[in-house]
Structure formats: structure tokens, C-alpha cells
Design a binder for this molecule. Sequence first.
Ligand SMILES: O=P(O)(O)OC[C@H]1O[C@H](O[C@H]2O[C@H](CO)[C@@H](O)[C@H](O)[C@H]2O)[C@H](O)[C@@H](O)[C@@H]1O
Length: 383
Amino acid sequence: MTKQNVVVSDVKCGINDMISVVPKGSLFPSTGQKPPKAPDGYVSISRNKFLKKLETGGGARINPWVESMRASSPTHIKSNPSLSSTVHQEDSWIQLDHPSALNMFEQIMSASKGKQIVMFLDYDGTLSPIVDDPDRAFMSRAMRAAVKAVARYFPTAIVSGRCRDKVYSFVRLAELYYAGSHGMDIKGPAKGPRYSKGNEPVLFQPASEFLPMIDEVYKALVEKIKSIPGAKVEHNRFCVSVHFRCVDEKKWGSLAEQVRAVLKEYPKLRLSQGRKVLEIRPTIKWDKGRALEFLLESLGYANCSNVLPVYIGDDRTDEDAFKVLRDKGLGFGILVSKIPKDTNASYSLQEPSEVMLFLHRLVEWQRPSRGRPRESKIYNTST
Ligand SMILES: O=P(O)(O)OC[C@H]1O[C@H](O[C@H]2O[C@H](CO)[C@@H](O)[C@H](O)[C@H]2O)[C@H](O)[C@@H](O)[C@@H]1O
């Protein structure tokens, strides 16, 4: 069992009070969901015990929030003991279970024969390297050029936890789809019949009724955590991020406690985790996986067998999209990670520079001038 694998529930308290700390799940799952039975390898403890542990402030006891926060962005393989016992396991993860998408490029491409590739790209940690200051997570010019080239041949979407305008300000490519706020704010390019059903640009915001609540919780969080050095609250329009990358680990417990205190007042919001970040979002059943399905449908590929979606992402929230692909037996998920992680992705890439290489290879493969017959339809963005 990894330290992350803790499910906390209290049937007496009802569904809304259930808390889970799972690798890719939310800490406060959506209203309406049944309390899950702890899956194999997970431990179930009562909510009362969980809160008590939190209230003791740690000491000799384990604070599940802090444990989960620690596990949220392990810097080396030792942080994930279940996967790190031998070098052999690491080798097996990369070579057998989730081989490099670069090494497997030909196989991936052969699966695309006669199919339209659709590209889905996460932003932070996938197109841009992880940095301390979220406002300075710029993507390189070379990466922008690679994404632009890919989008000439394949419909391409950026799917991010960030607010859509913010991620657009980093990527600055008007020809792409953007799904911000973990897919809760989707917008297609303004021009081009191939980009939308009919002639209207795609726009979809399934959580708009939550806007006032998100504003309120953002303000409350800013106020609550201002005394914690290094903590940062980011307004992502339909969700809020609380960053702890620059917070001293000794303060993580008190940060978690402050966030918990605010969230107690908002049962319609839930908490999930990303890389050194707590993510607060509406309890609606919508995530990056649903956004991927929505986008495929908008492009006219709902229930189609002639489409090959490729989703590249590095974070727990990307797992929702990997899972949709895996469950549907459609396309491929590619996890960006240097270390073994539990994932529903099929392949791996180590870091953004490898993502860029993969994008270059896609373009090279598709380019007719190489003398190679085109095996996938050309997605013409000039109309
Ligand atoms: O879905 P994504 O595009 O991957 O967005 C997820 C979160 O990414 C950003 O935070 C992460 O990147 C920051 C910059 O490198 C880093 O400082 C932080 O620790 C990471 O968690 C973004 O700031 C968040 O709002 C997104 O939710």
C-alpha cells in the first residue's frame, strides 16, 4: 500500500461528508455518489477518526492530508515505496508497463491507420516545465512552434486546470481548442467550419452557476492562508488552486487545516490534488475525461471508430482522461513522468522536452514531403 492509499468515509454522516485521499480521486467526492468501498490495497478509516487525527496536528500520528500532500509530487522514486523497492520495478514500469511513446512511435502510428488523430495536451508539466511561480510557467518558443505544427495536421486541444484565459495567454495559438478549469470552460477556435458543429464556435461551461461561490471561496482562502509564508491562492475561474510548493513542509498541516476550515462551509465544492497544489472545484460530475468526450463529440467523432485520440498529461487530474480512453479502448494516454506512478496511461514520456520530440515526430510522420503516404486524414485548418 502506498501512503496515498487511504479512503476515509463515514456512512452515518452521509455522502457529502465522505472524504477520500486517493491517488487521482478527490478528497471530497461529488454529492450523489455512493461512499466507495475501499478498493484492494486501500485502507478505510472513519471520518471522525480522520478529523481527530487532523486535529491532533500530527505528532506521532499520521495526518492523511499531509501524507497525501507529500505524495502529490514526489521528486524521486523513493517517495513512492510501493513502486520503488527494486530498480527492476522501475525498469519494468518504463519498458513493459508504460513504454516510452518515442520508442513505441511506429506502433502508435500503425494504430492510427485510416483514423483521424486528435491531440489533447495538458499544459503545466507537459508543455511547460514545473516552476515555483505559477505565473511564470512559460512555454518555450520551440514548444509553441511544435504545437502549432501539430495543429496544422490534427485537431488539437489544450486541457488545463488553469483558467482558460490564463492558459491561452501562455500558449497564444488561436487555432486550438482550450478547455480551462479542468475542462469546465471549453472554447473552440472562432473561425473555421471544421472546428465546430455548424458555424458557431464551441463554448461550454457546465459549472457557470458556481461562479459566485468560487469567487467567495477564493477570497476566504486568500484571507485564511495569508499568514502562511509561500502559500498562494490562484483563481482559476471555475475552480481555485492553493499552492504549497513554496511552503515549508512543517506548515503543510496548518495549511491543510485552513483549507479544510473554509471548505466545511461549502459542501458543494470538493477538493482534489495536483502537483504540490490543492484544487477546489464544484462537485459536478465533470472533469478532463468528460471534456475529452465533449470535444470529440464537438468534432463529430462521438462513438466513431475512425478516430485516434492521443492525450498527453502529467498530473492526477489527467488520469480522468486516460481512464476514458482506456475504458473506451480508444486511442492512447501518455503520462509525462520520470518516475513510476499508478496510471491509466498506456505510454510514458519523461519530461516536456520529450513531449516536444514526440510532437516533432508526429509532424514529420504526417508531412507528405517525406515521401511517406499519408495514413491519416489531413486536418485542413485553412478553410
Ligand atoms: O492541468 P494543468 O495545466 O497541468 O494545470 C494544473 C495546475 O498547474 C499549475 O500548477 C502547477 O504548475 C505550477 C507552475 O509550474 C507549479 O508552481 C505548481 O506547483 C503546479 O501544481 C497551475 O498553477 C494550477 O492552477 C493548475 O491547476
